[in-house]
Design a protein around this ligand. Structure first.
Ligand SMILES: Nc1ncnc2c1ncn2[C@@H]1O[C@H](COP(=O)(O)OP(=O)(O)OP(=O)(O)O)[C@@H](O)[C@H]1O
Ligand SMILES: [Mg+2]
Length: 314
């Protein structure tokens, strides 16, 4: 029996969040922030944490430095019952971090990628893959060491009998280079948002983009914010509306929570329509409270919120 349902391959970092700041930083001057929060950052960590909160057994592999931020990342993951035995540490790099400066609804971020760019496919052993049923890769453009050999990684996962998924996330360099022809045949579920999908396929219309990849794509799930999400399955496009939420705190991590909801059902073998609905409800629940993980305490709590706020049975 495989000990874990899902192996997440992901970038790991710490978010240092400064709130209530007295103006914008200026060169040569010092200003004060009245609030500081140190939290687990990264799309992969939000996905892994929320998937675990839904009751799925999750292990994560990522690269950290050997510093106190690394300890803090691992502790936060363990608090969410995400297994960190496969997390690799290296004294050659510092743990990645993002400094977030919040100004009302707007924000300025500075990221130091550090170790998260240096995880490679060699760090992911067959033994790790064989201990899981499903492999999920997030933020491929941030994980430069993985991106170089991503095709080989997905081929290996498939040949070892795993199902696979990937959320590409944003490309900060905006080059959007992905070898879709080689990647998609080994990907069971590709999960970009609508803007990422258009940029990566290089066409402005969703339907044209899907036409372009139809020869080699399996399932494509396209997240579309308040419009919900679309599913492409062997030439058929199905759209499901978002759950209306009039109490949005913020949308940080909504896409990762959607992914967690979708994959939690996919690994159980649920129908794709159910996967899509659970994805949408998890995205909506995410927006009820600030940050990407606050709403997701445990399965019972998530179930209760889904029913009370969105009349949805989980
Ligand atoms: N304001 C909202 N109200 C209700 N549901 C929402 C809202 N925003 C997002 N969602 C849900 O969350 C899902 C994912 O959101 P979105 O499309 O913004 O993903 P994303 O762009 O990948 O997000 P992220 O920035 O987290 O990567 C949507 O498909 C939708 O179901
Ligand atoms: Mg996203």
């Amino acid at each position: 029996m495989t000990p874990f349902d899902v192996l997440v391959i992901g970038e790991l970092n710490i978010d240092i969040i400064l709130d209530d700041i007295q103006g914008f930083p200026e060169i040569g001057k010092e200003i004060m922030a009245n609030q500081l929060n140190l939290t687990l950052g990264s799309s992969s960590a939000i996905f892994a944490s929320n998937l675990s909160a839904l009751g799925v057994s999750v292990a994560i592999v990522g690269l950290l430095g050997e510093d106190s931020f690394a300890d803090s990342v691992k502790k936060s993951l363990r608090d969410k019952k995400v297994n960190t035995d496969f997390v690799v540490s290296s004294d050659r790099y510092s743990t990645g971090l993002t400094i977030v400066m919040n100004y009302g609804m707007d924000r300025a971020n500075v990221t130091f990628p550090g170790a998260m760019e240096h995880l490679t496919v060699e760090d992911i052993t067959d033994q790790m893959l064989l201990s899981c049923k499903h492999m999920h890769l997030s933020s491929i453009f941030l994980q430069k060491g993985i991106k170089k050999q991503a095709v080989q990684l997905f081929e290996r996962a498939k040949s070892l009998g795993l199902t696979t998924s990937m959320d590409p996330q944003w490309d900060p360099a905006e080059n959007w280079e992905l070898d879709l022809g080689s990647l998609l045949p080994n990907l069971d579920v590709w999960m970009p948002n609508v803007v990422e999908f258009k940029n990566i396929t290089g066409v402005p219309e969703l339907t044209d983009g899907l036409e372009k990849i139809k020869e080699y794509a399996n399932y494509v799930v396209i997240k579309d914010g308040i419009n919900g999400a679309h599913l492409w399955d062997n030439g058929n496009l199905t759209s499901k509306p978002a759950f209306i939420n009039n109490e949005v705190a913020d949308c940080i991590g909504a896409g990762d929570s959607f992914d967690a909801g979708f994959i939690s059902e996919f690994v159980k073998g649920s129908g794709l329509n159910r996967c899509l609905e659970v994805g949408n409800v998890m995205g909506a629940i995410n927006t009820l409270e600030p940050g990407g993980t606050t709403s997701f305490k445990n399965r019972e709590y998530i179930k209760k919120i889904a029913k009370e706020k969105f009349e949805f049975t989980l």
